[in-house]
Write a protein that binds this ligand. Structure first.
Ligand code: NAD
Length: 483
């Protein structure tokens, strides 16, 4: 009998056994890093053009097997098939963007050397870190990690991915497909298991960590990285607000706020959890929202809660919100053993735990506000700062400019996540650093400053032969320049 330790995944809709995987041992994690370090040297020495060709070939393979990828996502996450297909399509968009744009954003940049160093040439290289450890969540098991994996690869790194223990299938598939394109190099490897396997990646010294998950785990990851001076990027949770002004298109606002809050069973880091609506239109907005919410159903429009433990948090938050607020749609009975029907509650106090903590379920808390100034203050009064959505015909930009968060959608929700060019990430408890876009490429490299004399001056500043005359030149030029 094999003595390899294993863990299993289960179909979130039925609880039936889905798949059993090995738990990667500490020693195997170390071996993966050693292999990745070799691959990283080969990969970093390829031209941008060659890396782009390989990544685009991989992307063509991914999209040609979209159905296979969607099957794997559905099986372990429990989301509807059409959502899984959309997830694969958007993930491929990011692979293509990163592959096509790395050469432009990561090219060497010439810098002006300044008056005192006018004889020098100066430029900045962007250097890949080497081996990037990607630690991922379960809610978008392909889209979320690909935002790190594709950008890290395009920037010239090798990657080791530790998928969530709830959804490893798609991660393993990603590595297998890249191995089909580049069989001789370990460009993307997978290690599987729970948090201790992620911790082992850090302990054994990857060169950069890209973590997506809860704020509580992010703090542990950050502490472990700081101990070893490993740079890190953290993509964490949110309590995203929707702000609705009196001049908003209420039908569109209600439709999209509902989708943002309930799609994927409310398990979206950038999903709406709080709504602040101008009191002039609050009643009408709630009517429309209620009407729309009655048209959607768990098990049809979205799937089961992926992680059984999430049900406890949703139950606690619904109880808490109903204790202080008023029921609009659903109640405690909406929270089933696996599926949660839509819940909308109004007038919940701002300091209630359900208003402050991430729920990660199909629950929207809607409060009316005097004006957008109050909405902005309340939207910002949270430990989180991931994304927000603003609805106004005239004041969208002005409201957006006052929100303390990493991403704002005006008269829309979520769409920035599907744009390769737009950075993705948060502030405060929602994390630090960015995936996607030029910022996401830069994140997986460090700047190396390179200088060289174009010609030699008779004045030597960096030598013990420096003369009093040279000193005088420096101080005189400095005085002229900075007076
Ligand atoms: P989690 O924090 O429980 O786990 C995330 C990953 O970290 C998993 O792979 C887990 O095995 C690993 N892990 C756990 N302990 C670890 C440790 N000590 N060291 C290293 N790795 C460890 O989060 P989750 O429940 O998988 O994901 C849901 C959370 O992710 C939500 O808060 C959600 O908002 C957030 N999220 C954020 C984004 C974003 O981009 N900002 C995207 C998706 C999800």
């Amino acid at each position: 009998m094999s003595d390899v330790a294993t863990f299993s995944t289960f179909d979130p809709a039925t609880g039936q056994l889905c798949h059993t995987y090995p738990i990667t041992s500490d020693e195997e994690v170390a071996q993966s890093i050693a292999r990745a370090s070799q691959a990283a040297i080969w990969w970093a020495n390829l031209s941008f053009r060659k890396r782009r060709a390989i990544l685009l070939k991989w992307n063509a393979l991914l999209i040609s097997r979209l159905a296979e990828a969607a099957d794997l996502i559905v099986a372990e996450s429990g989301k509807p098939r059409s959502d899984a297909e959309l997830e694969v399509a958007i993930a491929c968009e990011h692979v293509a963007w990163a592959a096509r744009n790395a050469s432009f954003y990561l090219r060497p940049h010439h810098r002006f050397p300044g008056l005192l160093m006018a004889n020098m040439s100066a430029h900045v290289d962007r250097v890949p870190f080497g081996v990037v450890g990607v630690i991922g969540p379960w809610n978008y098991p392909m889209f979320t990690p690909i935002g790190s994996i594709a950008y890290a690869l395009a920037a010239g790194n090798a990657v080791i991915f530790k998928p969530s223990e709830f959804t490893p299938g798609i991660g393993i598939w990603l590595a297998e497909t890249l191995t089909e394109i580049v069989p001789e190099h370990h460009l993307l490897q997978i290690v599987t298991g729970a948090g201790n396997v992620g911790a082992a990646l850090i302990n054994h010294g990857v060169d950069k960590v890209s973590f997506t998950g809860s704020t509580a785990t992010a703090k542990k990851v950050a502490t472990a990285c700081v101990e070893r001076m490993i740079p890190f990027l953290l993509e964490c949770g949110g309590k995203d607000p929707v702000l609705i002004d009196s001049d908003a298109d209420l039908h569109r606002a209600a439709e999209h706020a509902l989708w943002s809050g309930m799609a994927n069973a409310g398990q979206s880091c950038i999903g709406a959890e709080r709504v602040y609506v101008h009191h002039d239109v609050a009643e009408r907005f709630l009517e429309i929202l209620k009407e729309r919410a009655h048209e959607i159903k768990a098990g049809v429009n979205y799937g089961a809660a992926t992680r059984p433990a999430q049900i406890e948090i949703i139950t606690r938050h619904v109880d808490d919100a109903l204790k202080y607020g008023q029921q609009v749609v659903g109640d405690q009975n909406s929270v089933g053993e696996r599926f949660v029907e839509p819940v909308i509650i109004t007038n919940v106090p701002e300091d209630a735990p359900s208003m402050r903590e991430e729920t990660f379920g199909p629950v929207l808390l809607v409060n009316s506000v005097r004006d957008m100034k109050e909405a902005i203050a309340k939207a910002n009064d949270t430990p989180f700062g991931l994304a927000a959505s603003v609805w106004s015909r005239r004041n969208g930009e002005q409201i957006a400019s006052q929100l303390h968060c990493g991403m704002v959608s005006i008269n829309s929700v979520f769409t920035f996540a599907a744009m390769g060019s737009m950075p993705f990430g948060g502030v405060k408890d929602s994390g630090m650093g960015r995936i996607h876009g030029p910022e996401g490429l830069l994140e997986f490299t460090y700047p190396r400053s390179v200088v060289k004399p174009r010609f030699h001056l008779p004045l030597e500043f960096t030598s013990f032969k420096r003369t009093l005359f040279a000193d005088k030149i420096i101080t005189t030029l400095s005085r002229i320049k900075h007076k």
